[in-house]
Ligand binder design. Sequence first.
Ligand code: AMP
Length: 409
Amino acid sequence: MLGTGGREHALAVGLAADPSVTGLFAAPGNPGIGTVATLHAVDLGDLAAVEALAVELSVDLVVVGPEAPLVAGVADGLRAKGIAVFGPSKAAARIEGSKDFAKSVMAAAGVPTARSRTCDSADQVAAALDEFGAPYVVKDDGLAAGKGVVVTGDRAVALAHAAGCARVVVEEYLAGPEVSLFVVTDGTDALPLVPAQDFKRIGDGDTGPNTGGMGAYAPLPWAPPGLVDDVLATIVRPTLAELRRRGTPFRGLLYTGLVLTVDGPKVIEFNCRFGDPETEAVLALLATPLAGLLYAAATGTLAGHPPLSWHSGSAVAVVVASAGYPAAARTGDPITGADVSGVLHAGTRLADGVLVSAGGRVLCCTATGPTLADARTAAYDLVDGVHLAGSQHRTDIALAALEGRVRVP
Ligand code: AMP
């Protein structure tokens, strides 16, 4: 398993729990992942080193957590060496690596998404902002580690963001609740996971700047009946078919970021990997053995895989972030209380044997319960049990859903 974050800790816990797994290795992992896997200090930017490690360990399957190595082509190199990989090729990973590419696939496949203009100059940006009006949505065309999108009512802020990017996609603002739908696919067959919702802004009530994600819950009590089937039919299957038609089938996790608008679900983004922190919540509910599922997708045998089975109830994940995140995360602060089941490590490291913060998002406190209220209480109990000086967390994860305040137009 490749990666270092809370998503990867959740994947590692799921893989380790699969009885078919006889050995689990993580590169580079983190101290939490180290409790369930053997860690190997390999830089994921060094694709040759990743391939060499997989060969040396003669692994049956490589599960890729983050997008950057996929967009750089890690899956292609591993497959060329005969190793099964859960994660798309470089060509298919462009669905996340370039917003413009994703828009062209959606246009060709007739997939509902926000109207958009790809802009290479300030004049084009200004014209597109005026065409769509406020609120303005400006997206860096390339990978930007969750910081590439600005949604603002302030035209000057929108222009300034665009000026800092080589190429941007300006698009129409979509109003409605957001849904993250993860789909495990071998390029042809597709198995959807339970829909989840994440919380992008740093502050309660969706205030402040965007982050990598401050919390999540699943499933969605307010989701319209038939939502998943509808999204598979109108969005996922046409997208997979278009990628096949182009000769670049997508094998791995297609993350479909949706807004439920008055006109139905529309795509705001595709990602080429599991989302963080929705993965922590979704995998906590998955009863199907994870390694077998991902192996079937990696080897093109999903058609023969049994239907997914799920634990009943709900899951809630609450991120504990460092002081100063997201503008300037402080690192190196000691952490206590993190050695507890459900406290997933997102940005931690050991310094002389002491667990310290090593990133913006430090821990992801994840719990399940028979009801959403129970899961929420249990997740916040985990938050209360950890200590990190100056840490921040949202207090309203899953609250609007619990109080029946999420409205689907
Ligand atoms: P992304 O990095 O593409 O996930 O975008 C970050 C966040 O910006 C999303 O989670 C949405 O909250 C918001 N966003 C992106 N595109 C749109 C859009 N077209 N309309 C409204 N909000 C958007």
